[in-house]
Design a protein around this ligand. Sequence first.
Ligand SMILES: Cc1cc2nc3c(=O)[nH]c(=O)nc-3n(C[C@H](O)[C@H](O)[C@H](O)COP(=O)(O)OP(=O)(O)OC[C@H]3O[C@@H](n4cnc5c(N)ncnc54)[C@H](O)[C@@H]3O)c2cc1C
Length: 383
Amino acid sequence: MLGPLWGLARDGGRRELAAYAREVAASGRAWLRTHFRGPEVDHIWAPWLLHAGLAPDSASGGVMLPVLAATLHAAGLPVVVGGAGNFVTAWERLLAERGVTVHTDRRVERVVLRDGVAAGVAGDGWSIAAERAVLASVAPAALYGSLLPPGTVPAAVADEAARFRPGRAAMQVHVALSGPVPWRDPALAGVPLVHLSDGSASTAIACAEAEAGLLPRRPTVVVGQQHVLDPTRVPAGAAALWLQLQELPFAPVGDAAGELDVARGWDAGLARGYADRVLDRVAAHAPGLRDLVVGTDVITPADLAAYNPNAIAGDPYGGSAELDQNFLWRSNHTTPVPRLWHIGASTHPGPGLGGASGHLVARRLLTPTMPERLRRMIPARPR
Ligand SMILES: Cc1cc2nc3c(=O)[nH]c(=O)nc-3n(C[C@H](O)[C@H](O)[C@H](O)COP(=O)(O)OP(=O)(O)OC[C@H]3O[C@@H](n4cnc5c(N)ncnc54)[C@H](O)[C@@H]3O)c2cc1C
């Protein structure tokens, strides 16, 4: 991401460097207004900023929008046949073929150190030795605050990890429908992912409400209907909706619409009430939708945090991705402990299912060290 900056600086391209830095500093809303006339492009693209953990007025949206657009045009939005769980199953098979054992039922409680070097991981009554390195896909506060003994890393590193802040919380609503979604605009029936938003206008308000601790009055709804591409996901003639909400407070202090009682936090009543608001918002574009609902499953921010220790405060993206916690300011994977690497959404290049941080570290581990390279350059002596 920042590679072009170094190239431009080296080549003396100051004007280009300044122009690039300007895009990095710009918000998505500002970038869309500068580059396009009329509201249409803003309406289409502003909601995508949520998928980068940003809001329309966050700095760096100006660079993330073209990155998102390029990725979507180049790779599309792949849908796993049979459901996203098959993605994990495929990885398990691939790893098993290579002799890798995956343990999913153990909580790592500490990184084992030998003479100050990472030598493995351990939990309640078990340990696994590391041959080469320990890669920790955890939140910074967990790595430096609990997995390593106190005093292992400089205080400044531990302090920075403790200050790393979560982003907005998220919620997911899965809806089973007895028939196709009755979209008012029939063209939407064939679109696997629809955003309900008025572009920067409504999405920025909903983000601001969430940041203020309020349940948004008009949330941006990410409407996934993956069965459009993968009919195996639903019975013949039926449909399903995967509704994603990315503008939520983890600990709500109020409701911007003044309707829902938040006094007990994300309990079943609040989950149902907010899911109803979301369904009504979709139904406004699909009259009759509510009559087709045969079941809903709501995953609240509190559920997310309970499922996954990395989803701190219900944040699906491993820490706010605002400019001050992204790019140069997100962990670059090295740690003060030899052979211990930090990977995952809290590290460069941030969240997503691409596995990029692990890939980058694997490449570094597989790149021969200088002594190894020198050894290879010296021809072996005949015996
Ligand atoms: C509802 C939702 C929808 C999303 N949709 C998309 C999407 O469509 N596309 C996309 O690219 N991204 C999406 N994301 C984001 C994406 O899932 C994350 O960015 C990504 O999973 C982060 O990967 P990770 O390896 O850093 O962490 P995780 O996926 O959180 O994996 C880390 C694992 O380590 C485990 N763990 C943590 N601590 C310990 C410990 N001490 N001992 C043992 N195990 C531990 C956790 O339980 C977890 O299973 C979504 C996220 C959510 C919540």
